[in-house]
Design a protein around this ligand. Structure first.
Ligand SMILES: Nc1ncnc2c1ncn2[C@@H]1O[C@H](COP(=O)(O)OP(=O)(O)O)[C@@H](O)[C@H]1O
Ligand SMILES: [Mg+2]
Length: 259
């Protein structure tokens, strides 16, 4: 997938807000590509544009040589909110429904595939439960299973673990990486946490605020959950912190600290 010179704006009768300015990105198959930047720098807007919900005012987004102009089953988004799941559908039906609705599969095959992915996220025994019976972390797992079941070309995640408590968040990061090892999907992951970016990503694009521009791209291959707390990891976090802060604009989540 290629993002080429993409600028995005919100227009209201009173004013125009430029959310991103001429963003260039290349995302390769099986990348775990992270967009990292302070709150308000246009990460969600860019993700929505890649998903096809917002059209660029300049530039283009190309997936498999086709220009993105609308939402499609090749790009599925997992959001931060826990209420992405229709509450009246069982867990299994939540995962199977988009497969049937998009006519990707018939009802039987859809339920089979749904079970397969529920199993992968450790929720096989909750297939008949309803969303209100699940914890926040479990609901996020269902949302991930539902997205993966569609077998998108790229899975888009917008701060999917930001609303979880610290321990659950860590476990979800671990699981996501485990899932990736197994399925090798292409991931575009948004976060404002430097630590999360380094743990999840193999490549990290740093966005500067207002409007979001690509400030640097970092190779994050060597870092994972195993490197947390290590010296080189801390040094990398500090370097990124400086890169994001140096023009004095915006703030990045301080939980990581600069050490
Ligand atoms: N619906 C909207 N209408 C007008 N401005 C918006 C809207 N959504 C977001 N913005 C503005 O666009 C900028 C980028 O927002 P967003 O993409 O949500 O940032 P991030 O996800 O990085 O926190 C911000 O300045 C925000 O206030
Ligand atoms: Mg956002």
């Amino acid at each position: 997938m290629a993002v080429r010179g993409v600028s995005l704006e919100y227009r209201t009768p009173e004013r125009v807000v430029r959310a991103t300015h001429r963003i260039d990105l290349d995302i390769h198959r099986a990348d775990r590509f992270v967009l990292l930047g302070p709150s308000g720098c246009g990460k969600s807007t860019l993700l929505k544009s890649i998903a096809g919900f917002i059209l660029p005012i300049e530039g283009e987004i190309v997936l498999d040589s086709r220009r993105v102009s609308e939402p499609g089953p090749d790009r599925i988004v997992v959001f931060q909110e826990f209420d992405q799941l229709p509450p009246w559908k069982s867990v299994l039906d939540n995962v199977a429904f988009p497969l049937v609705a998009s006519r990707a599969l018939g009802r039987r095959e859809a339920r089979e595939r749904a079970r397969h992915y529920l199993d992968k996220v450790g929720l096989a025994t909750f297939a008949d439960a309803f969303p209100h019976q699940l914890s926040g972390g479990m609901k996020q797992r269902v949302a991930i299973a539902r997205a993966l079941a569609m077998q998108p070309r790229v899975l888009l995640m917008d701060e999917p673990f930001a609303a979880l408590d610290a321990l659950t968040r860590r476990r979800m990061q671990e699981e996501l990486l485990g899932l990736w090892e197994e399925v090798r999907f292409t991931l575009l992951f948004v976060t404002h946490s430097i630590e999360e970016a380094l743990v999840i990503g193999n490549r990290v694009a740093l966005l500067s605020p207002r409007p979001g521009r690509v400030r640097a791209e970092i190779n994050a291959h060597e870092w994972g959950l195993h490197s947390l707390g290590g010296e080189t990891f801390q040094a990398a976090s500090r370097r990124i912190h400086r890169l994001l802060f140096d023009d004095g604009a915006g703030t990045v989540a301080s939980e990581e600290g600069a050490g």
